[in-house]
Design a binder for this molecule. Structure first.
Ligand SMILES: [Zn+2]
Length: 213
């Protein structure tokens, strides 16, 4: 028994803060306007936070009225334009979402599929980076974000998004850190410099923030 306790303590020490549970010890974000702001299951946005510089994406690059913060919107339009020029299709299908809308969306998943499923694919209110106005879900030629992974558009996006300042936010091999399932359609604007660093070092935003602080 004693040996087991020692092994457990050692494992905790080795794993460091990865042992911290999702939705535990929640920190309220103090600088929500930072371009590299970390919003996740342990870092929450205030109920009243609305980005001050939301702008509508041109309908050429979105499938409806979609809003991102000015810098992210301009970068996304350039990305989408270049994709089109090269014969691909990358358009915005979900962008800024308010705190209240996220609450409804999450509750819908809980009601339909249960808590575990909901927490794996949808963020609780205040914990969605869609509230930052810096996140974008995209679709390609299939017209369905769920099929994005199987398109040539995704292959282009995977190796080009960082050139416009976007990262694949929930990679397949980082789910234990991000707390979200693999989402080939969800991209996050962090600026070209950080996006390129993250891309070249195969990191997720949580890992980048840890080494950059
Ligand atoms: Zn998303």
């Amino acid at each position: 028994m004693r040996k087991l306790v020692i092994v457990f303590i050692l494992l905790c020490l080795l794993k460091g803060d990865e042992i911290m549970g999702f939705y535990e010890n929640i920190n309220i974000i103090e600088n929500p306007n930072d371009i590299d702001v970390l919003v996740n299951k342990n870092n929450k946005l205030d109920k009243n936070y609305v980005p001050y510089d939301l702008e509508k994406i041109s309908i050429l690059y979105s499938n409806d009225d979609k809003y991102l913060r000015k810098e992210a919107k301009e970068a996304f339009e350039n990305l989408s334009m270049e994709a089109k020029r090269k014969g691909f299709r990358v358009v915005a299908t979900s962008t800024y979402r308010s705190y209240d809308y996220q609450e409804k969306l999450y509750n819908h998943y809980v009601d339909e599929y249960g808590l575990e499923y909901a927490d794996n694919c949808s963020a609780r209110k205040g914990h969605s980076e869609h509230q930052t106005g810096l996140a974008v879900d995209v679709e390609g030629t299939e017209n369905d974000y769920n099929d994005f992974e199987n398109t040539k558009d995704f292959i282009w996006m995977k190796d080009n998004a960082h050139k416009y300042g976007f990262i694949l936010r929930y990679p397949k091999d980082k789910t234990h850190i991000t707390g979200f399932k693999y989402e080939p359609w969800h991209y996050r604007y962090v600026g070209k410099e950080i996006a390129t660093y993250i891309y070249e070092h195969n990191l997720c935003l949580e890992e980048y923030k840890k080494i950059s602080n």
